[in-house]
Design a protein. Structure first.
Length: 256
């Protein structure tokens, strides 16, 4: 079927998904380009597919052709994509053993990199605070390299989720502006939860312990990562720790 009208009812519904509030309420989001389409199909999360008129679709998935004007009206990209899909959120009730909490992370590129690294290092769930960038933002999605479909994503109030984690006896660490603790001195745990609060671009993390709290900070190190101020995500540092000395920050026991 070829859709040529921007006023087509299905196209109107697709266009609404460009608005974060509507996307959240429907638990659907738009994906553009072959890489994201392939990952969505692979993970059985693609719900609709639209193909630009004149482009040959190679996927074994039901689709509709759309005119150039229609594709432009539903795309958020400057250059018109040849493929655009509607995908559903991944929803799992269980946090899993490895959790990352993103509190007020606004930069789409940083958020996408964290998602991609989280998948690489075996993180089960990422929680985005309500004031963070949407994980389904077009720029975030491109930065994930398609990995958005390989990890559980939750958007919620961070304090509520921290309360839930503590109820499950999960220890939470976070960023701080002062004091530090050597990685070698941090006790090893079975599982972990990490809270990132916008670590400044260009700095790497060190750690401290305050009573029963583990804190990640990078202010004292002042280690620039390069002329272009490229960010070293806290998660990358944690991933290195996990693979080298097996530090995992959470233990299933009661904490005050």
């Amino acid at each position: 079927m070829l859709i040529t009208s921007k006023d087509n009812n299905r196209i109107k519904e697709v266009r609404k998904l460009l608005v974060r509030k509507h996307s959240l309420s429907k638990e659907l989001f738009l994906i553009e380009g072959e890489n994201l389409i392939e990952e969505a199909i692979k993970n059985n999360l693609l719900r609709e597919l639209y193909v630009l008129e004149g482009y040959e679709c190679r996927y074994d998935f039901s689709y509709d052709n759309v005119s150039l004007d229609v594709m432009k009206s539903i795309s958020d990209l400057k250059s018109t994509p040849r493929l655009l899909g509607v995908a559903s959120y991944i929803k799992k009730n269980d946090f899993g053993k490895r959790i990352v909490l993103l509190d007020g992370v606004q930069d789409p590129g940083n958020a996408g990199t964290i998602i991609r690294n989280a998948v690489a290092f075996g993180v089960d769930t990422i929680v985005f605070s309500k004031d963070s960038v949407s994980p389904y933002n077009e720029k975030v999605l491109r930065s994930t390299g398609g990995m958005i479909f390989n990890i559980n994503i939750i958007i919620d109030d961070i304090e509520n989720k921290i309360f839930e984690l503590k109820e499950k006896n999960i220890k939470v660490i976070g960023t701080s502006l002062s004091k530090s603790k050597s990685l070698e001195d941090i006790e090893k745990y079975d599982n972990y939860s990490v809270r990132e609060i916008n670590i400044p671009v260009g700095y790497t993390a060190i750690y401290r312990q305050e009573e029963n709290k583990f804190i990640v900070t990078n202010i004292k190190t002042l280690i620039q990562t390069g002329k272009n101020n490229l960010i070293i995500q806290m998660l990358s540092i944690l991933g290195l720790i996990f693979t080298t000395i097996g530090v995992i920050i959470q233990k299933r026991k009661n904490y005050e």
